[in-house]
Each structure stands twice: as C-alpha cells, then as structure tokens.
Design a protein. Structure first.
Length: 367
C-alpha cells in the first residue's frame, strides 16, 4: 500500500466538493414530516424523558444526520411542544435531517433554583444527563434495527436559552475533573447523579456530538473550551440580559451562576482552533426565539445554523488539496471530528493540533 499525505483545507463554497449532498440539508425539499413520540430513557419512564422525533415523509435515504433541539424556560419551565421546538424540528426534517425535541428534568421551584447555586448546578447537570441519554438512545436504536435511519457518527445538539446552555455543557465538559470542587463540590454532585454520563440510561453507547448550535445560550466556565471540543455556531442578541451576550449572572439575578455568551465564547474558540461562527442580532434582547418562525430572526437563525452544519456533513467534505510541506511546528494531538484523540487513520478527516496554536485538517489517502 502507498500513502499520500495531503493538507486539506475546508471551504464554505461547494466548487471543489469531493462529494455532494444532492440538494439535501440546506433548503426545505420535503413538504410534510411525520412526528412520533417515544420515551428515550430506560430508567425514567416519565414525561420528563419524552422525545418527539421528526422525519421527512417520503424520504428513501437512510444514514441521515440527526439533530437534537432543547427548549428554553430557565430550567424551571418549558416543554418539547413549544413553538420554537416544533418550528425548528419541522424545518430541519423538511431539509432531510432526522430531528428531535426532548423534555428534560427541571427544577419546578423557580425561587429555589434562583437562590441556590448548588440547586443550579444539580439541575443543569441532570438536564445534560438527559440530553446525553437521548443521544445514546438514537445510537442504541441504530445498533438494534435503525428505526429512524440515522448516521450515528453525525449528531448535532443545541437549543434555545436553557436548551443552548445544556448543549454547550454537554459538548464542552470533557470529564468530571473539569468541574470545580470549591466553593461548591460540583464533582461530587455529578458523581451522585450517575457520574459523567449521568443516570438516565442507555448505557454502553456514546453521547459525543459532531457539532453544537446555541440560540441565546452560554457557558459557565470559559476554561472548559479547548481544541478538542466540537465545532460551535451561536446566534445571540447583544442586549440579552437573561443569558448575557458577554458574561454575567444567569437570568440577570445576582444569585444565579455566571454564564458567558457568544461575545466571550467565540474569541476563545478562534484562539484554540475550534471551527466556529456566530450570527449577532444588534440591539436584540433574549426573546427573539420564543415565537419560532413567526419571528424573522428565528428563521435567520435556522438558515445560518443550517449553512454552518452543512460544512460538517460527511456528504459535503468540501476540500481543496495541496501537498503537505515540512515545517517546524510540533504536533501535540490528533483528533477526529468528535474531538476524540486518535492515531493516524486513512481516508477520514482528522484534525492535527500543533504547539503554535494552529490546527490543520488532513486526510491520509491510502491506495
């Protein structure tokens, strides 16, 4: 066997595409969708663990990307049936995705949530655990008959407000050791609720994702963002005080944990080499997503997110190929599209991370 080593640079245009997606995944090409409701946990058989799965009617393609959407509601309210959930999932299914919206565990006592950082950490981590279980459910189903026709290696996660917060923390907390032990022992909170993968079941399957989208979401600790993390796209309003566009207490309540929004997340993503983009609504507050596609900004958010995720799809490995030249950079790590450290693998896109902060996307073509 001979091996050719190429430096592969991703372009947003499709001029040099090696493989195309046949018109799917960017625009709505299906007229109708079907929705089925299931319980995604094999531990909790309650309404907090229901998922609505949307699929395009008449689609004959399998191996489709799966995208999960999570509702907002300040971790004390909200359901999978909210207008933004339905509109987002319907639009993505019409584009050819398998999409889904979930319920997840909440702290229904909003006052208790607002006043206790311990309750806030525990509530968010339970929500993250539920989202992980939903992702594992889809991979478990794929391994046991593939009812929904998904590509288990192409799964995206996101949502609006609290849903965006859940998605970012799911993707960017990489281990229990990332969490603080003081002034609150958050590591113990996670361990008491099932450990890193949580307690909502479907054990034995991965909860890793290929990309994150955040509609007015944020992250509690910017230090969690590193080069191994999944690509991220954010849509945020500059006047958002519920999840601060920069950094500030959640809900604009001093007793709520700090959250940092798009203005703080994306410069760090740039620095560490995470593929990322953002759409900013100048002079807009937090509520642009609540009414779904009846608000033009929500439609813009869907379109912008779709264009970003399109670059991550296996059917659209849009590339230009150049011979790799020698340089003095020191290679630190090789990771796959899920951020998992790997050795060199032939015929698949990998990210090579160097000591100067640069990241190259390479393919070793073996023939």
């Amino acid at each position: 066997m001979k091996k050719l080593y190429f430096l592969v640079v991703m372009f947003l245009a499709t001029t040099f595409a090696i493989a195309q997606c046949n018109g799917r995944y960017q625009t709505e090409i299906f007229t109708n969708v079907s929705v089925s409701t299931i319980n995604y946990s094999d531990v909790y058989l309650d309404s907090f663990h229901e998922m609505d799965i949307y699929m395009p009617d008449g689609d004959t393609v399998t191996n489709r990307p799966f995208i999960l959407y999570m509702h907002g509601g300040s971790f004390s309210a909200g359901t999978k049936n909210m207008t933004d959930c339905v509109d987002f999932c319907t639009s993505m299914a019409k584009r050819g995705y398998v999409s889904a919206s979930i319920n997840y565990r909440l702290e229904l006592n909003a006052i208790q949530f607002a006043l206790s950082n311990t309750v806030q950490y525990e509530t968010v981590l339970k929500s993250v655990a539920d989202a992980k279980a939903a992702i594992r459910f889809m991979r478990k189903d794929y391994a046991n008959g593939d009812t929904y026709g998904i590509d288990p290696n192409t799964i995206f996660v996101g949502g609006f407000s609290a849903g965006g917060v859940v998605a970012i923390h799911l993707a960017y907390i990489n281990s229990i050791s990332d969490l603080p032990t003081s002034p609150i022992d958050v590591q113990t909170i996670m361990n008491n609720n099932g450990g890193f993968e949580g307690d909502a079941g479907n054990n034995g399957y991965s909860s890793q994702v290929s990309g994150v989208y955040s509609f007015a979401g944020g992250i509690n600790d910017l230090g969690w963002i590193d080069a191994s993390d999944a690509p991220i796209v954010s849509i945020h309003g500059t006047d958002d005080q519920i999840v601060n566009y920069n950094c500030g207490p959640g809900l604009n309540i001093p007793t709520v944990l700090n959250l940092c929004g798009a203005a703080a997340i994306h410069p760090i993503a740039d620095t560490v080499g995470i593929f990322n983009d953002k759409l900013i609504f100048n002079g807009t507050d937090h509520n642009w997503g609540l009414l779904g596609t009846s608000n033009s900004k929500f439609t813009q958010a869907i379109d912008f997110t779709t264009d970003f995720l399109y670059n991550l799809l296996p059917c659209n490995q849009t590339t230009s190929i150049f011979t790799l030249s020698k340089n003095d950079k020191k290679l630190l790590q090789i990771v796959d599209v899920l951020g998992k450290e790997v050795k060199g693998i032939s015929n698949t896109p990998l990210f090579y991370i160097y000591d100067d902060g640069s990241v190259d996307k390479k393919v070793i073509i073996e023939y």
